[in-house]
Each structure stands twice: as structure tokens, then as C-alpha cells.
Write a protein that binds this ligand. Structure first.
Ligand code: XMP
Length: 304
């Protein structure tokens, strides 16, 4: 790794030299865009307008937390959940869903940017992003496709020479909280890829709660590389004294180095039982909980 402090100084200086007007960045709350936003804010202050789009597919409490961490900046929050839901309506194919989210994201972002009349776009692209988008296994949604409508003077990618662990080091050094610097991966299309088939408000609400429970029970204690819940479909169950047709929720916890391959975490039985009892107990529509023990390959980490 490059030495962190000089790297930070150099990057801020470069941004100061290049950016001569308003700039925007799509802030997702992931470590890459967060690091870029802080560096750019240090370079140009309020000339930087971070735009955070709440897609309605975020995890529990995520939007509020982002507003707390980045509230000192000129942050714009765009609530666009209805648009994303409308774009996803009727779609069941995973790649079509990804595309719908990606395209909606770009459209919403462009509209906001146009209104603001900015000259520069800053992106949190990192080195492996280039390799991944060349690999093309999944149509990874990030804002790499931006922009087609707005005419920027320049698109700037301040940390495109860094690997993920280096970005985390920088994040730490610039004082970002650990929940961001050490954040586990969260896919751009958000909870939509953790719902098999069509996305509805009801399913998003259920899977969001289940994700929060899984994170609470597993993140701190087991420090998996990634962990989450996904909604698989419906099955029969008995709740109270009634037979119900309820959600089947899958729990996933994996070890991995880079997400290219992964193995299931061997969780203690007590932990699994507790997660099951919390998910079925706290989320009314859930009738069944399963633990996914499949490595990658043959499965992928996400369910879609
Ligand atoms: P898979 O499911 O392909 O995921 O084994 C590998 C890693 O990538 C994340 N992932 C995504 N990230 N956009 C993203 O930004 C996506 O469309 C996407 N799909 C998967 C996944 O969470 C895992 O960490």
C-alpha cells in the first residue's frame, strides 16, 4: 500500500487543482463513495454536493445513519422508493431486476444533477471495479454508467488506483466510523436481489426486518465476510392455531476473501435456533427459516 497520510494529502490537493466549480457524487454509504465524499469535501467544501438516493431497497436505519454521518456536508437526500418499486413491478428475472434498478438510479441521479447545474462528477470507482465490469458475470449495478444526459466538464475517479483493503485504510485514517470503513458488501440493487421473484412493498419490509435480525445476531459475534437474509417464496406453516401460507426466509453467512469464492460459516446450533425464533417471532408473515450451507461455487453469495 501507498503510505496513507501522503496519499490522502496528495488526493485532496489533486482535487483542489482539478475541480473549479460545483461537483456531485452519488453517495451510497458504501466505503468507496464515502471515502471519495470525505476527500472531496475536504478539498472543495460546500462546492461538493453528495447525492444520496434512498431507493426504498436499503437496509433498516441506513438512510438515517447516512444523514447523521454526512449531515455536515451539503448532502441531498432523494427519496425515490416509489419510482424503484414501479420500475420493478412485474419483473421476476434477476438480470431484468438489476437493470431496472440501475436504470432508475441513473435517471433519478441525472434529474437531480441537471437541476443543480454542476460541472464535475466524482465517482468512487476502485481498481477491482474495472476488472469486474470487464468480467461481466453479473450486470453489476453501480453508477459506472453515468452519465448520458448531463454534460460534465470532467468525470473524476480519485481512488481508482486503490484496492478495497487500501480504501478501508484510508477510510479509517480520515475518521469514518467503523460501520462504514469495515462495512460488509451490500449490493447496489439493494434488497431487490434478496427477494426471489417480484419485489413488493410487503416483501421488502419482511426481508428488511430479517436482514436486521441476522446482522444483529451474527455481525459482531462471528464477523462473517457477509451475512444477510433473503426471501425465497411462500410455504405452509402454523402460527397461533392457524395454518398460514407464509414467507420462507433464508439466512446466509459466508467467509470469503474477495467474493469470488465463498464458504458457509459453521454457525453454532444455538445461534441458528435463536435467529429462527426471532425471525418467525418478530416478523408476522414468516412461516419458515432455512440456513444456506452452499459454497460459491456452485451457488452465488446473493440469491439472485
Ligand atoms: P455474488 O452473489 O455474485 O456476489 O456471489 C458477489 C459479491 O458481489 C455482491 N453483489 C453485487 N454488488 N451490485 C453490486 O454492487 C450487484 O448487482 C451485485 N450482485 C452481487 C454480493 O453482495 C457479494 O458481496
Amino acid at each position: 500500500m501507498v503510505k496513507v497520510e501522503p496519499y490522502i494529502e496528495k488526493t485532496i490537493q489533486k482535487l483542489k487543482d482539478t475541480v473549479k466549480g460545483h461537483a456531485i457524487i452519488a453517495l451510497s454509504g458504501g466505503v468507496d463513495s464515502s471515502v471519495c465524499a470525505v476527500l472531496a469535501n475536504r478539498a472543495i467544501g460546500d462546492l461538493l454536493i453528495p447525492i444520496y438516493i434512498d431507493t426504498g431497497l436499503m437496509r433498516k436505519g441506513e438512510t438515517k445513519r447516512i444523514q447523521e454521518v454526512f449531515g455536515y456536508m451539503n448532502l441531498q437526500t432523494i427519496y425515490a422508493g416509489d419510482r424503484f418499486l414501479a420500475a420493478l413491478k412485474g419483473l421476476t428475472d434477476p438480470e431484468e431486476k438489476r437493470k431496472a434498478v440501475g436504470e432508475t438510479f441513473i435517471r433519478v441521479f441525472e434529474e437531480s444533477a441537471k437541476d443543480l447545474n454542476v460541472r464535475y462528477l466524482i465517482q468512487g470507482t476502485i481498481y477491482p471495479d474495472r476488472i469486474e465490469s470487464e468480467g461481466g458475470i453479473k450486470s453489476h449495478h453501480n453508477v459506472g454508467g453515468l452519465p448520458s444526459v448531463i454534460d460534465f466538464d470532467e468525470i473524476i475517479e480519485p481512488i481508482s488506483d486503490l484496492y478495497k483493503d487500501e480504501v478501508r485504510e484510508v477510510a479509517h485514517a480520515i475518521g469514518l466510523p467503523e460501520e462504514i470503513s469495515e462495512r460488509m458488501p451490500f449490493p447496489g440493487p439493494g434488497l431487490s436481489v434478496r427477494i426471489i421473484g417480484e419485489v413488493t412493498t410487503e416483501k421488502v419490509a419482511a426481508v428488511r426486518e430479517a436482514n436486521a435480525i441476522v446482522e444483529e445476531e451474527l455481525l459482531e459475534q462471528f464477523k462473517p465476510w457477509q451475512t444477510f437474509a433473503a426471501l425465497l417464496g411462500k410455504g405452509t406453516g402454523v402460527k397461533g392455531d392457524q395454518r398460514i401460507h407464509g414467507w420462507i426466509m433464508a439466512v446466509r453467512a459466508v467467509e470469503s476473501r474477495d467474493g469470488m469464492t465463498a464458504g458457509p460459516v459453521e454457525l453454532p446450533w444455538d445461534t441458528l435456533r435463536k435467529i429462527e425464533s426471532r425471525i418467525t417471532g418478530e416478523i408476522p408473515g414468516v412461516a419458515r427459516v432455512v440456513y444456506d450451507i452452499t459454497p460459491k461455487p456452485p451457488a452465488t453469495i446473493e440469491f439472485e
